[in-house]
Write a new protein. Structure first.
Length: 1164
């Protein structure tokens, strides 16, 4: 709660006392305690008592703000020794608060700062490279379940609470060391991992299974949740919430899919998202060194050579004329390439199976002929039957009357079958009744076969597990007895009744032959199974001839090299029907893979398809759509794809309203700050090291500039967001009509805040229901039924786009508000279709609130506007030309460029636009500024300014100079003497000037310097920005800051130069990544060397040095290195200035490297 909120509620002001925490003994010792006391600004003790969140001292009462209050509560408990589990849990919680508390009054000793306890509350399995049934636990922290519930696949390297080095120590040296799971494990360098009490019994079973038989370990790796539930018992499994404790990572899922003598085919012409094709040479970069080019054949021998050099304590090694550092990061980079190369060699050549574990050789797959780079298999049409164009006659057993488009669909299927085709793809939009059309076709086909006295062969339906029950319901609902004949359930526990006695406990892919009695379904009408069951028992299914195979949600076969797809190709069917609402999800190869199952050879070779149909080639895409959808004279088209809006005329109208709402002042200023940083980073940000993070920040601010817990009041919080303002207006109108609305918003915090505000504002008896990833399926259905049952009353439901956008029918609502929008338009459309589907009787209104900056130049480029344009284009392309709707790297670049590029220079907004009087009354328009002259290679430095200009005449200046920060400081902070601004370095070009809205006169500008290689560094302009000012904290954020002696010297040299021009420096912090250190140099050594170097540069009485480890949650890579300088302002405020370096301080201080520096001033 901020001061304004506290004052409004009549609460006392926040305390000015500091909390001093001193630890005694070590975390892992039973005698560990904390000594906590309250001290004054000078460090003297204060006699204070705490009651709740109120602290009393010197006859006055003050408030304890967060996080000091939570820290005090933990410290109070730790003033006496605690049991090990409770002790580590509280320390882990305390340390999560320390970084946030750094901005408040907090003092600690070095042990609390240098020692870290991470909290593990979930796990996955990391499988062995040689033996996939050898495994170790991978640990994840609290909150990871929210990621998985929202559809994100976890990465065991990125999302792990431990670094790769710590993971190896935990798995190899700690976890396997003890038979019983411990509450906490010490790592190295003062690091500990605390195991949540609920997780311990589960890890205990994992530890026991590590020593189990091959069969036990194989079963566990294949079905971890099921095995754990069996070993723990249902009662313990439910009590510990087993489903939330085990999560599947991307690596685990991919590895388990390959547990077999199964050689996954590599298609080098398909460019996967992760670029996993083999180039002629690999390029890897180790630290700041020149990229190394390594031929694939050299990866394995070089990896071995690096391992040997590290073991021999060598600093470098020579390989093929290149000097290569023998470092941990080199070893890791080569290890990743090695595993890739070894997999490629195995996949492309003849794998040597002699060294493989026996368990891998036990699984078998039937061989199928593929159409990857040679056309090995093409289905021939069956002989057309006499009357191909006969009208579709609805079979008598169909009790439900079909809609016209459904009759058209069943007629299309009839024509495909009668014309002798092997299959087709029903790709109708969601809500058009694909399941009903398939059932109607099956009823017609059964009648047709009886009339032809054809041999009776069953129909096979393959679907995701969750849809099989729906298939049974739909058959019972739409058909009369005898329906389609007997239904055989061939999945799950039903398989026991189908097993061959000689193979009772084995799957086909283990036994190498059929394990199920195919005779059990030979006389059945319909067989229901899952994709996974088909994979595991495809020998058994392949033995049976099926008249019809239906693949529901056939996008599960979009990967042409997966086991599911290969198993599907082994089936023997007269006709194969695929059903999906999204024929293309990730790439155009999706539809090639699907088609190669349904009608092999129809789209030619995979290799040729990839070359011919390029997503950027609209003519090629139109040609592909024509091939898929256009009918030939003798047959129906291969694919039938129709949209609801075109084929359900009885559906009520659906109106979509995208409205631009001007950002309130607080939101506009926050957005302006991001725009400044985006412009500063243009040309230097990569897609993964800043560009995407900037777009996410813009997306967040466009929803609201502050977190829900920072609001003064509900009314104030709504008034600070353009989107919320219109949302509340919409709900007022919905309430007046006694109708219902759905609000889709991704943020769980915003969901909770909205629910509370809506209940209060509209006087509801309970908060609106919420559906998100954390709500179980059964609970979701209960909430839906309650929402659907309430008639003629105002109600609201709040949903996450991913969790609430699939599988729900919410036709009781007829208003949909997309408060936050997903990158994929298909997700947004699926969300809207919860309301707009068969069963909806009222007109549907879809609202798209868009926050737009008040400046008339920035406004058209606002994030919401540009995202709406992008989604509209992708939606149209997806509908018309089958382009995948999911975002890609091109979209990221396009969106970033569009929100950080303006048609002309922005101007200061009017009072009406910004909501407050402008700082300068000038009304003259800014003059057009010419583009800077390109720099020549001989120039030692090029400085460009992006300057917020208050006086229009300033726009005519040819080259405004750098303004020292002291010149713009408050009067009480200004130094006694200020150095005049220096002239630009010799050879510098005319600087670019760019105005920004609502800025103050003389506000420092964004500036960019480029330093070419081979020239001495002149840092005068950069240092003059800080001449004569006080710096409360200087922080260098660079993962390689202490990696080697040169890096450490560069940090010291720069700090020394800064120290010479400023008047005071209170504290220095250097953030580094412990994984990037000198060869064979432990992190503790690097830290010690850094402190020793510090003392050689500065006297003990000068500014203290803090070394901080970079957190795992840090999203940027080593190309994004920043220096933060905090300058004190009046009333205790701080202004943070940034210097962004492309190559770190090594690159800036060493003339042999090229480096660019961008200065970004603080927010207004």
């Amino acid at each position: 709660m901020d001061s304004a909120s506290a004052s409004a509620l009549g609460l006392p002001a926040a305390t000015t006392l500091a909390l001093d925490l001193q630890s005694q003994n070590l975390f892992h010792e039973p005698s560990f305690v904390l000594k906590a006391r309250w001290v004054r600004g000078g460090g003297g003790p204060a006699r204070a008592t705490v009651s709740g969140a109120i602290i009393s001292y010197d006859g006055q009462k003050r408030r304890l703000p967060e996080p000091l209050y939570s820290l005090w509560r933990i410290a109070e408990t730790l003033t006496s020794p605690q049991p090990e589990a409770e002790r580590f849990g509280m320390v882990a919680r305390l340390q999560t608060l320390l970084p946030e508390a750094a901005a408040h009054s907090l003092m600690t000793n070095g042990y609390l700062d240098d020692t870290r306890v991470v909290y593990a509350s979930a796990f996955s399995l990391k499988l062995g490279r040689q033996d996939p049934f050898d495994f170790d636990p991978v640990l994840f922290g609290p909150g990871v379940r929210e990621f998985t519930d929202e559809g994100r696949v976890l990465d065991e390297e990125i999302d792990n609470v431990l670094t790769p080095q710590q993971q190896r120590i935990f798995a190899d040296e700690r976890f396997r060391q003890y038979r019983d799971v411990r509450p906490a494990y010490p790592l190295r360098g003062g690091q500990y991992v605390f195991i949540d009490p609920a997780l311990r019994p589960v890890l205990q079973e994992v530890r026991a299974l590590q020593s189990g038989t091959v069969e036990q370990r194989r079963e566990f790796v294949t079905h971890p949740q099921r095995v754990l539930r069996q070993r723990l018992g249902d009662e313990v499994a439910e009590a510990s919430d087993l489903e939330s404790l085990f999560v599947e990572t991307e690596q685990f899922s991919a590895r388990v899919a390959g547990v077999a003598v199964w050689t996954k085919t590599v298609l080098p012409w398909i460019k996967p998202v992760a670029n996993s094709w083999m180039p002629e040479k690999f390029g890897i970069r180790i630290g700041d060194d020149t990229p190394l080019e390594i031929a694939p054949a050299d990866v394995v021998p070089l990896s071995n050579a690096v391992e040997q050099a590290i073991a021999a304590s060598q600093l470098t090694l020579e390989f093929e004329g290149q000097t290569i550092p023998a470092t941990e990061q080199t070893r890791q980079a080569l290890a990743e390439l090695r595993s890739f190369v070894e997999a490629e060699i195995s996949q492309r050549g003849q794998p040597d199976t002699s060294a493989l574990p026996k368990s891998l050789l036990e699984k078998r797959f039937l061989t199928v002929r593929e159409n990857f780079d040679d056309l090995e298999y093409v289905t021939l049409d069956h002989s057309p039957q006499s009357v191909v164009d006969e009208a579709f006659v609805l079979p008598e057993i169909i009790r439900s009357k079909p809609k016209p488009h459904q009759v058209e669909g069943m007629t299309w299927l009839q024509r495909l079958y009668l014309s002798g085709k092997s299959g087709g793809l029903l790709a109708d939009d969601m809500g058009l009744g694909k399941t009903y059309q398939a059932i109607g076709f099956m009823a017609w086909l059964q009648t047709h076969l009886l009339a032809q006295s054809a041999p009776k062969r069953p129909f096979l339906i393959v679907a995701p597990t969750g849809l099989l029950a729906n298939w049974r319901r739909e058959i019972d609902l739409h058909l009369q007895p005898p329906w389609l004949g007997d239904i055989v359930l061939a999945f799950g526990s039903n398989l026991k009744a189908l097993r061959d006695e000689d193979n009772f406990d084995q799957k086909d892919i283990v036994a190498g032959r059929a394990s199920l009695e195919a005779a059990a379904w030979a006389k059945a009408g319909v067989v229901l199974t899952t994709y996974e069951t088909l994979r595991d028992y495809h020998f058994s299914f392949a033995k049976s001839p099926f008249e019809l195979v239906v693949f529901d949600e056939i996008q599960k076969l979009k990967n042409p090299t997966s086991q599911l797809t290969k198993a599907a190709k082994t089936l023997n069917a007269r006709f194969t029907l695929g059903m999906t609402g999204t024929p293309v999800e990730n790439r155009l190869q999706d539809i090639w893979s699907i088609t190669d199952v349904l009608r092999p050879g129809f789209l030619g070779l995979s290799r040729d398809f990839e070359k011919t149909y390029v997503p950027s080639d609209k003519a090629a895409l139109q040609s592909l759509r024509g091939k898929l959808c256009d009918a030939k004279a003798s047959s129906a088209p291969y694919m039938l794809r129709r949209m609801k809006v075109e084929h359900l005329p009885e559906m009520p109208d659906k109106t979509e309203q995208a409205k631009a709402i001007t950002m309130p002042p607080a939101q506009a200023l926050a957005y302006e700050d991001l725009i400044r940083r985006a412009m500063a980073g243009r040309g230097t940000m990569g897609k993964n090291d800043g560009m995407l993070q900037t777009l996410h920040a813009m997306r967040s601010v466009s929803l609201h500039p502050y977190r829900p817990d920072e609001s003064d009041s509900d009314d104030t919080y709504v008034a600070q967001s353009a989107r919320l303002l219109w949302t509340m207006d919409i709900l007022e109108a919905v309430k007046a009509k006694k109708e219902k609305a759905l609000i889709f918003v991704e943020s769980l915090d915003m969901q909770a805040c909205l629910a509370r505000m809506i209940q209060t504002r509209f006087r509801l008896h309970a908060p609106p229901s919420r559906i998100h990833g954390g709500v179980p399926g059964a609970k979701r259905q209960d909430l839906v039924e309650v929402f659907q049952a309430r008639a003629d009353c105002f109600d609201v439901m709040i949903l996450s786009p991913k969790a609430g956008g699939v599988g729900l029918t919410l036709t009781a609502a007829n208003h949909v508000i997309h408060l936050s929008r997903w990158w994929n338009p298909a997700v947004e459309d699926q969300s809207t279709d919860r309301v707009y589907r068969i069963g909806q009787t009222r007109p549907v209104q879809v609202y798209l609130p868009m926050a737009v900056h008040p400046d008339p130049v920035i406004g058209p480029s606002s994030f919401d506007i540009k995202l709406n344009d992008l989604l509209s284009r992708k939606r149209a392309l997806s509908r018309d030309m089958l382009v995948a709707p999911e975002g890609d790297e091109t979209d990221i670049t396009e969106l970033f460029d569009s929100v950080s590029t303006f048609a002309r220079e922005p101007q200061t907004p009017s009072e009406e636009q910004l909501g407050s009087p402008p700082e300068s009354p000038s009304e003259s328009p800014a003059e057009t500024i010419p583009e800077p002259v390109p720099a020549t290679p001989t120039e030692p430095v090029v400085a460009q300014q992006i300057v917020p200009v208050a006086d229009p005449e300033a726009a005519a200046l040819p080259a405004p100079e750098a303004v020292p920060l002291a010149a713009t400081a408050s009067q009480e902070e200004a130094p006694a003497a200020v150095s005049p601004p220096v002239s630009p370095a010799v050879g510098s070009q005319t600087r670019k000037i760019l105005t920004l809205p609502g800025v103050k006169p003389n506000r420092p500008s964004i500036m960019l310097w480029d330093f070419p290689t081979g020239r001495a560094r002149d840092l005068t302009e950069i240092l003059d920005l800080f001449t004569g000012v006080k710096v409360s904290r200087l922080k260098i954020s660079d993962p390689y800051a202490i990696a080697n002696s040169e890096a450490r010297e560069a940090q010291m040299a720069f700090i020394r130069d800064v120290r010479k021009v400023i008047t005071r420096l209170d504290e220095v912090a250097i953030e580094y990544d412990p994984r990037h250190s000198e060869p064979r140099e432990a992190e503790e050594q690097s830290r010690r060397y850094m402190h020793e170097l510090w003392l050689s540069y500065f006297s003990p009485g000068e500014s203290p040095l803090r070394l901080e480890r970079r957190q795992k949650s840090y999203l940027r890579d080593f190309h994004d290195r920043i220096i933060f300088l905090d300058l004190p302002r009046a009333a205790g405020a701080v202004a943070t200035h940034e210097l962004r370096l492309s190559r770190g301080l090594i690159g800036l201080m060493a003339a042999r490297m090229q480096c660019s520096v961008t200065y970004v001033p603080p927010r207004a």
